[in-house]
Ligand binder design. Structure first.
Ligand SMILES: NC(=O)c1ccc[n+]([C@@H]2O[C@H](COP(=O)([O-])OP(=O)(O)OC[C@H]3O[C@@H](n4cnc5c(N)ncnc54)[C@H](OP(=O)(O)O)[C@@H]3O)[C@@H](O)[C@H]2O)c1
Length: 248
C-alpha cells in the first residue's frame, strides 16, 4: 500500500463510534488501519466499503488487545502493510456496570487494561512512527471521567486514568507529537448496560442542555478536527455531550 496518504489506526473500528471515525478520516484522504477484536466480519465489510471508494486505502487488523504482545504485533503489522503511521485513535473500550461492593468479580483489572493501560501502551509502541511523521493521537474518553458515574466505578476509574494520561503524554511527547482527547456524552446507547432502558435514557436526555442524544458523526468530526486541523492544540479534551456534563 504505497502512496502518499496519511495512515490512521482506529481501534475497535468495526462498529459504532470507531466505524464512524474510520469513515470520516477516510473521506479526508486518510488511509485506515481498521482494528477489530471479535467483529471480524463487520471490519471486513467496512474495509471493502472503504477500498471500493479508494483502492488499497484500508486494511483489517484483528487482535484481542489483552493478548500478550498485542500492541507490538499490531503496530508492526501496520508498518509492514502501510509503511508508516501518522495518527492513532484509541477508541476500543469496555463498558458495563460494576457497582462498588455489589459486583461479585473484581473487574477492575479488565477495565484498567483495556480502557487505560493498552491505549497508553499503544501510544508508547506507535511513538517512533508517529514521531517520524509528526503525527497525533486522539484518546476517546468520556464526560463521566470528570465526575464519575454511579454503578460504573471501574469504568469511570479507567477513563479518569486515561484522561490524566492524555494530558501527561501531551506534555511528555511534545513537541514531536500531539495528544488530545474527545469525551463523548450520550451518543449511542450501550447495548449491554442499564442505559438501554427507556426511563434512564429519558432522564439523560432531560438532563442534557441540548435535549437530545448526539450522533456518531458529532464524535468523528471532532476527532478529524483534532487530528487534521487543530495543529496548535495538544493536551486538550473536547467534550462532545450536548451540555450533559453541566447537569452531573
Ligand atoms: N457510545 C457512547 O455514547 C459513548 C459515550 C461515552 C464514551 N464513549 C466512548 O467512545 C468509545 C466508542 O464507544 P462505542 O460505544 O462505540 O464503543 P463499544 O461499541 O462499546 O466498543 C468499541 C469496540 O471496542 C472493541 N474492544 C473492546 N475490548 C476489546 C479487546 N479486548 N480487544 C480488542 N477490541 C476490543 C470492540 O471490538 P470488537 O467488536 O471487534 O470486539 C468494540 O467493538 C469508547 O472509548 C467509549 O468508552 C462512548
Amino acid at each position: 500500500m504505497k502512496n502518499n496518504n496519511k495512515v490512521a489506526l482506529v481501534t475497535g473500528a468495526a462498529h459504532r463510534l470507531g466505524k464512524s471515525i474510520a469513515v470520516e478520516l477516510h473521506a479526508r484522504e486518510v488511509d485506515i488501519a481498521i482494528h477489530c477484536g471479535q467483529s471480524i466480519e463487520a471490519a471486513r465489510s467496512l474495509c471493502d466499503q472503504l477500498n471500493t471508494k479508494r483502492a488499497n486505502s484500508a486494511s483489517v487488523f484483528q487482535c484481542d488487545l489483552t493478548e500478550p504482545d498485542a500492541t507490538d504485533n499490531l503496530v508492526e503489522q501496520i508498518i509492514q502493510i502501510f509503511g508508516r503511521l501518522n495518527y492513532l485513535v484509541n477508541n476500543a473500550s469496555i463498558f458495563y456496570p460494576t457497582p462498588f461492593l455489589e459486583t461479585p468479580n473484581n473487574e477492575l483489572d479488565a477495565f484498567m487494561q483495556i480502557n487505560f493501560i493498552l491505549p497508553v501502551k499503544l501510544i508508547q509502541t506507535a511513538f517512533p512512527f508517529l514521531k517520524k511523521s509528526h503525527g497525533a493521537v486522539v484518546n476517546i474518553i468520556d464526560i463521566y471521567a470528570q465526575r464519575g458515574l454511579t454503578k460504573h466505578c471501574d469504568y469511570t476509574a479507567s477513563k479518569m486514568a486515561l484522561l490524566e494520561a492524555t494530558k501527561q503524554l501531551a506534555y511528555r511527547l511534545a513537541p514531536e507529537i500531539r495528544v488530545n482527547g474527545v469525551s463523548p456524552g450520550a451518543i449511542l446507547w450501550p447495548t449491554n448496560s442499564g442505559e438501554q432502558d427507556q426511563p434512564k435514557q429519558k432522564f439523560i436526555i432531560e438532563n442534557t442542555a441540548l435535549k437530545r442524544p448526539g450522533i456518531a458523526q458529532d464524535i468523528s468530526l471532532t476527532v478529524a478536527y483534532l487530528l487534521l486541523d487543530a495543529l496548535y492544540t495538544t493536551g486538550s479534551i473536547i467534550n462532545v455531550d450536548g451540555g450533559r456534563r453541566l447537569y452531573i
